[in-house]
Write a protein of this length. Structure first.
Ligand code: HEC
Ligand code: HEM
Lengths: 71, 221, 490
């Protein structure tokens, strides 16, 4: 393919991908803050994964809950 | 969506990989197509030059020297014409370097000669006072690896279609032919050198590294 | 019988990698100091024949510190952080334990072979990918083993949500796998040697010239991202909150910063479109958005600093916290410096000069080095079940190494800019003002300062090695694992 055409395609591809990523990223950011505020999901508790990490401490969220429906 | 991913390591990994890989392809593929066409007049290296190139790599001259003249006046004044993509078409690997502790060598063949290199490689600071380039006396005694250079050239020819053995292009032929040709080329270089041991070695059919290296440096134009 | 014994985390592989980190750290930095002195005093280049020349040693330094020191630090902390945040023990699976041990064994062997082959001059010449093809094959094998161990451990976890540190380790695993494979595509030449008795080790790149350079830089830029940046962020996300006993300032921010970084890094080499035919406004918008995306990548560093909110007095009481806070500060410094150097007009001056090694080293000495050292210090009381041998020594080490870093990067900044300006200086008649050698000799004092800085850093590293050794052998035995602040004897 012609070099010029390739470059143009690359340019447009890049622009729209960055735009897309940009939108996804900031809407994701907005959504987590919203979910935290409405209490749908508490993100901050995951810090406990570090502070309470001995092998015999109870997991924050048990794994088998994965199979059941989210309560 | 992301939260769902975060608890499913497999899909998480896939998403991550796609993010990382995709950008790479959009970034480099288009450049890829254009770059590999040789510029008119660019020729593959002779076997002796390739052996010298291998010496250059073995001693990592590229740790201190670039081979890339950028299109700035201050660079073209110092080193000559700026580099064109096609000039590198037969360079495997490329040797642009990343650090100019020493000057660019892309076109050093235009302004340095065999006997200058001979003295300089033996003792740089005697030729250029204040030079911090290491001396390379071992290159005057180590033998160049012509066999590997031949394998190198032949791989380029067989695998990548580098135009050896074509009209107006360097001849490669069989190993015996190539070896004989390399020795002839080495003799032509040694003629301009003063070091008696090097001259004797070449006369006796052995090619010291420095001879191959100089052949390579002379080819950089 | 097995089931009665209380289950514990297994630190045998962690210990092995910790040892490797220290060993390769010493080798790699020693070589670094040697080459730094060689630039100031070139006679030193010719003390060991061909094996001691600058060219041979430089790849030894870069590979030694990147693939020896940094990688083993990453592996050591992975097997530690991984087990603990997933709440699983390697002891629970014979298979994973074997894989992890094999990973260590092959890795260690590869690095030792790398030292030998590089010194002998077997190199592909591509930066950070110098190893010749037989070693590349080995690298691929143990990289895959690491992946098996990682995903195996994740598969066995008790904790449902995967902590953000593990995401970072995963991203390194995936990205480096891809980058390394593509950049090291090479053809061994002995296969086409005809009858020539050629070397078995030699190979040539699949790509030629400009293409080879494109792939190499794509690799080079991102290898830095996924070896020197992401796994180290993974480390700090675990070790800083743990050591200080603080909650992460904002876990949400850490999640965002992760994806932000993943998106940004790979798009960062944005200079390709400058000469193309796409409309100007689009190019401009492209760069503006890249800049906006940079914000989330700073998120991590700020998040770390703010984690210390309300607990800043720990900076005075714990040298370990000092290491980590300074590390994130240097992370901020080098991530702002990098983009500055990428600006076209700055790059025109900075490229090829000593500013680049200057930039590299405020990142690697301040950020990678300090974070690795701090992580190992934190792990020591837990894996050896002993108190850290000496706080005083650690404090002294901190100050010596901090001075070292400052000497290093200030001298290289000055050297780089001096050199860059001299190369392009013209006299009034329009001819170049300086011959090349003038631009070399002028740097001698800066090279000397840098070498002294490097020597100080190495001395600090020896103090670290000694402190760790003493901790493992004569530190006071602890009766139970410390929760947060690592115990240290005065
Ligand atoms: C420590 C870094 C260093 C290494 C390694 C090094 N050089 Fe140099 N080189 C220099 C410096 C500095 C100069 C400028 C002073 C001089 O001419 O000696 C230079 C100059 C040169 C020149 C003269 C260029 C000119 O335009 O005048 C050539 C040719 C050269 N080097 C070839 C080599 C070769 C071949 C090797 C590998 C075997 C090598 N160099 C390795 C630092 C280095
Ligand atoms: C003991 C301290 C150290 C000293 C004295 C030192 C010295 C050096 C020197 C002299 C160079 C060559 C620069 C040039 O070509 O002009 C270099 C390059 C490099 N070093 Fe170090 N180094 C040290 C520690 C480290 C550490 C700990 C790392 C990584 C974890 C590291 C990573 C690198 C890299 C990646 C390069 C290549 C830079 C480039 O290509 O621009 N160094 N170092």
């Amino acid at each position: 393919m012609d070099q010029e055409i390739l470059l143009t395609i690359q340019g447009y591809a890049k622009f729209f991908i960055i735009l897309f990523v940009f939108i996804v990223f900031y809407s994701y950011a907005y959504s987590i803050y919203k979910r935290q505020r409405t209490g749908e999901r508490d993100y901050e508790k995951y810090s406990k994964l570090v502070l309470d990490d001995s092998l015999d401490s109870t997991p924050l969220e048990e794994r088998d809950r994965l199979e059941k429906k989210k309560s | 969506m992301f939260h769902w991913l975060e608890q499913r390591p497999f899909f998480f990994a896939v998403a991550l990989f796609l993010t990382v890989a995709f950008a790479g392809f959009v970034e480099i593929i288009p450049d890829f197509a254009k770059a590999s066409q040789p510029t008119v007049g660019t020729k593959p290296y002779s076997v002796l030059e390739l052996a010298g190139r291998q010496v250059y790599i073995k001693d990592s001259c590229n740790a201190c020297h670039s081979q890339l003249v950028r299109p700035f006046k201050s660079e073209t004044d110092r080193y000559g014409m700026y580099s064109l993509s096609g000039e590198y078409a037969y360079d495997r690997p490329f040797l642009w370097g990343s650090k100019r502790t020493g000057p660019d060598l892309m076109r050093v063949g235009n302004y340095r000669t065999t006997d200058w290199h001979e003295n300089h490689m033996m003792a740089p600071s005697e030729v250029v006072p204040g030079s911090i380039m290491p001396a390379y006396p071992h290159q005057f005694t180590n033998e160049a690896d012509i066999a590997t250079a031949y394998a190198n050239a032949n791989t380029q020819k067989e695998v990548f279609g580098t135009p050896y053995d074509q009209a107006d292009m360097p001849k490669l032929g069989s190993w015996d032919e190539a070896n004989a040709q390399a020795l002839d080329d080495a003799k032509a270089i040694a003629k301009d050198m003063k070091n008696q041991e090097v001259k004797d070695a070449v006369a006796g059919g052995k090619i010291p590294e420095v001879v191959a290296l100089i052949a390579y440096l002379n080819s950089l134009k | 019988m097995q089931s009665n014994a209380q289950l514990e985390y297994d630190y045998s592989v962690v210990k092995a990698f910790t040892f490797a980190t220290i060993l390769f750290g010493i080798i790699g930095m020693l070589v670094g100091v040697i080459i730094a002195f060689q630039l100031a005093f070139p006679e030193l280049s010719n003390l060991a024949g061909e094996y001691g020349t600058f060219g041979r040693l430089r790849p030894l330094h870069t590979n030694g510190v990147a693939f020896g020191f940094t990688l083993s630090g990453i592996f050591a902390t992975w097997y530690y952080v991984g087990q603990r945040t997933l709440k699983m023990s390697l002891k629970e699976s014979k298979l994973l334990m074997t894989v992890a041990k094999l990973h260590f064994g092959l890795y260690f062997l590869t690095i030792l072979l790398a030292v030998v082959t590089l010194a002998m001059g077997f190199t592909s010449s591509k930066e950070y990918a110098e190893l010749e093809w037989p070693l590349d094959v080995l690298v691929v094998v143990w990289w895959v083993l690491w992946g098996v161990a990682m995903f195996g451990m994740i598969g066995m976890r008790r904790e449902r949500t995967i902590y953000v540190s593990t995401w970072y380790y995963m991203s390194s695993f995936l990205a480096v796998a891809m980058l390394y494979l593509f950049n090291n595509m090479e053809v061994p030449t002995f296969l086409w040697s005809g009858d020539a008795p050629s070397s078995l080790m030699h190979s040539i790149s699949m790509y030629s010239g400009t293409n080879d350079a494109l792939v190499q830089w794509w690799y080079g830029h991102n290898a830095v991202a996924f070896v020197f940046t992401t796994p180290i962020i993974g480390m700090i996300y675990y070790f800083l909150p743990k050591e200080s006993g603080q909650n992460i300032f904002s876990y949400k921010l850490s999640v965002l910063a992760f994806w932000g970084l993943m998106f940004v890094y790979l798009w960062a080499g944005g200079h390709h479109l400058v000469y193309s035919t796409v409309p100007d406004w689009m190019q401009t918008m492209g760069s503006v958005m890249s800049v906006v995306l940079i914000l989330p990548s700073w998120g991590s560093a700020i998040n770390m600093l703010l984690t210390m909110k309300g607990e800043w007095q720990q900076l005075q009481t714990s040298p370990l916290i000092k290491f980590m806070i300074l590390a994130s500060t240097f992370y901020m410094l080098s991530t702002i410096e990098g983009p500055i150097q990428a600006i076209k007009s700055v790059n025109a001056i900075a490229h090829f000069t000593d500013w680049i090694p200057g930039h590299v080293h405020d990142g690697v000495l301040g950020w990678v080095g300090f974070m690795t050292i701090a992580s190992l210090y934190h792990m020591a009381p837990r894996m050896f079940k002993r108190e850290i041998y000496s706080k005083k020594l650690m404090d002294a080490q901190f100050w010596i190494q901090t001075v070292a870093i400052i000497l290093y990067f200030t001298s290289m900044w000055i050297a780089g800019i001096t050199q860059g300006m001299m190369w392009r200086a013209y006299d009034e008649y329009g001819s170049l003002l300086y011959s090349f050698i003038d631009t070399v000799t002028v740097l001698q004092p800066y090279y000397t300062i840098r070498a002294v800085g490097g020597l100080l850093y190495l001395i600090g590293f020896f103090m670290f090695a000694y402190n760790m050794y003493k901790t493992a052998t004569v530190g006071r035995v602890l009766d139970r694992e410390p929760a947060n602040a690592s115990p240290m004897a005065v």
